[in-house]
Design a protein around this ligand. Structure first.
Ligand SMILES: C[S@@+](CC[C@H](N)C(=O)[O-])C[C@H]1O[C@@H](n2cnc3c(N)ncnc32)[C@H](O)[C@@H]1O
Length: 287
């Protein structure tokens, strides 16, 4: 089992039968994906976001001991789904940022704000194979990755041996309070059932330093209620940017910026959005 290194105050897709011709197929970003069954990612009983029976799981800690954690059943299913597709996902997506200028612009702004604030490292939560973590690193941010899927973490470590990647869940981060300068959740909160999103945002707020930034990447829509869609790995939800911003506001964040772009040719015909929010400074702190 991978060692989970704790972040403290002192610390700074197996191959499937799918012959995907588009980078969008696995992530459900392509309408063509709708017709393609993805082996190894069958839908699970908890896919509709019901809490389901909680699961006990052993997690390694940095002192070599093993502790048991309880997690929602849906988290177990998401892990299994991404473990099953990790190599194929990495193959399809590891260079995708090269083709996404809007996303790169928001990532650059995020990295610059985090660097200027200098309050701690950036956690790329739901980092997948680590390509966005590496992009943040190249932008000068001190970045590390966290992912639910041990297969994704293994691929990320192999592709970026100079960077740190830990197994973990956004529902209970093994990170001390207030130690992160930034959190990136790039198309990872999309799998969180909407009723669990407030708890995830509360967890993000807990681990961020005052003034720390959170950047969310997600599929967008106009409906005020989150809409589930048939993502090819496991069930996902798209949000209107206003609804997700309101959920972040209710968790104590202040909106900084949002970017909504139209789908590109060949992508699933959903808008895609980036939402940048900030944890307020402590009262009286210099801005
Ligand atoms: C669509 S992929 C995005 C990966 C990467 N951020 C990217 O943009 O290519 C979603 C990732 O989020 C991870 N993930 C989903 N739920 C998670 C959770 N509760 N905690 C940590 N990671 C999670 C999955 O294992 C998967 O690697």
């Amino acid at each position: 089992m991978a060692q989970a290194a704790r972040v403290t105050n002192s610390g700074g897709r197996p191959s499937t039968a799918v012959d995907a011709t588009s980078i969008d197929q696995i992530a459900g970003r392509s309408s063509a994906a709708d017709a393609v069954p993805l082996e190894g990612s069958d839908r699970h009983s908890s896919d509709r976001g019901e809490a389901g029976p909680a699961q006990r799981r052993a997690v390694g800690t940095d002192d070599g001991t093993v502790r048991a954690v309880t997690e929602p059943a849906v988290v177990h299913d998401i892990r299994a789904a991404y473990d099953a597709v990790a190599p194929r996902y990495a193959e399809l997506f590891s260079n995708v940022l090269e083709t996404l200028p809007m996303e790169r612009a928001m990532l650059a702004a995020f990295a610059e704000l985090v660097r200027a604030h200098d309050a701690g490292p950036v956690a790329d939560v739901g980092c997948g194979p680590g390509h966005v973590t590496a992009h943040l690193h190249a932008l000068g941010a001190t970045a590390f990755g966290i992912d639910l899927s041990s297969e994704m973490v293994a691929l990320a470590r192999r592709a970026h041996p100079d960077l740190r990647f830990d197994e973990g869940s956004m529902t209970a981060l093994d990170v001390d309070d207030g130690v992160l300068g930034g959190i990136l959740a790039f198309y990872s909160v999309i799998h969180t059932p909407p009723q669990h999103v407030p708890a995830v945002f509360a967890e993000f707020r807990r681990v961020l330093a005052p003034g720390g930034h959170l950047l969310l990447g997600f599929f967008a829509g106009d409906d005020p209620l989150p809409q589930e869609f048939d993502h090819k790995v496991t069930l996902a939800y798209r949000w209107s940017p206003g609804s997700l911003a309101e959920s972040a506001r209710q968790a104590g964040f202040v909106e900084v910026a949002r970017l909504v772009r139209e789908p590109r040719e060949g992508e699933r015909q959903f808008q895609q959005a980036q939402l940048l929010v900030r944890k307020p400074e402590e009262p009286g702190a210099p801005r």
